[in-house]
Design a protein around this ligand. Sequence first.
Ligand code: UD1
Length: 286
Amino acid sequence: MTREASYFLPSYFDAQFDAVIHFAGLKAVGESAQKPLLYYNNNLIGTITLLEVMAAHGCKKLVFSSSATVYGWPKEVPCTEEFPLSAANPYGRTKLTIEEICRDVHRAEPDWKIILSRYFNPVGAHPSGYIGEDPRGVPNNLMPFIQQVAVGRRPALTIFGNDYNTVDGTGVRDFIHVVDLADGHIAALLKLEEADIGCEVYNLGTGKGTSVSEIVRAFEHASGKKIPLVKAGRRPGDAEIVYASTEKAERELKWKAKYGIDDMCRDQWNWASKNPYGYGPPDSTD
Ligand code: UD1
């Protein structure tokens, strides 16, 4: 079978695809610096293969999960979609490169419709408490780490940097509830139905900055648990303050985040307290 022929699904799989949302990818920054080829192979080759399969099936509508990481250390905030882009590590370079690949694909074949969604910091969980984040090994990101301290799996949260030029010296991020983020994808899919949208980029954030200390306090309040803290130096590659301009998404996608930090912490704690070891038994997750 040729490579192209293998792109066609077996005949019993007779579904029609109107559009694709491409969420897949490796996302640990530190690991990407140690294993760049793994990241380039998985994230870039995976995306190229997906685009080829889509084209083979005549499906040319895509929503891609990009990241605010492409803004690097922004010179000012809020970050608008027109800001200069950079990559500080192989993970970020895969996001940036995939954005460029998508622009090239659209330039070559203008019937493609592509939305590049730049996620800020997705946190929280489904309000049911049945669906949430369950990273393998030691979490790299802030909220999963706080959650694991709150349920007693880790003794303390290390705060990376308390000398930033921010409200309390800790880094500031734009945390967005995963349910808002999911709604942003519905808005993006609807946008793809419009004529001639081309290849467009949208920030998916709340437009509000929250410091690491502020989110720890909000989580303590939501969970009723004390989060022991250890102060450490800045994490290499971390930016000081990153939050989104949401104007373009509000105007063109008619989408705006609804939930605040307290909602995010409440739902994250609901998921964590019902599933302290995520989806697996205690010995399979650490
Ligand atoms: C990180 C990645 C970003 C990626 C995103 C995916 C880096 C430098 N950036 O974003 O490229 O798109 O995850 O979700 O890794 N913090 C602590 N203690 C911790 C963990 C984090 O103090 O144990 C602080 C960080 O220093 C930062 C903030 O919490 O100030 C948010 O960190 P994190 O959740 O890792 O997200 P980003 O760094 O914004």
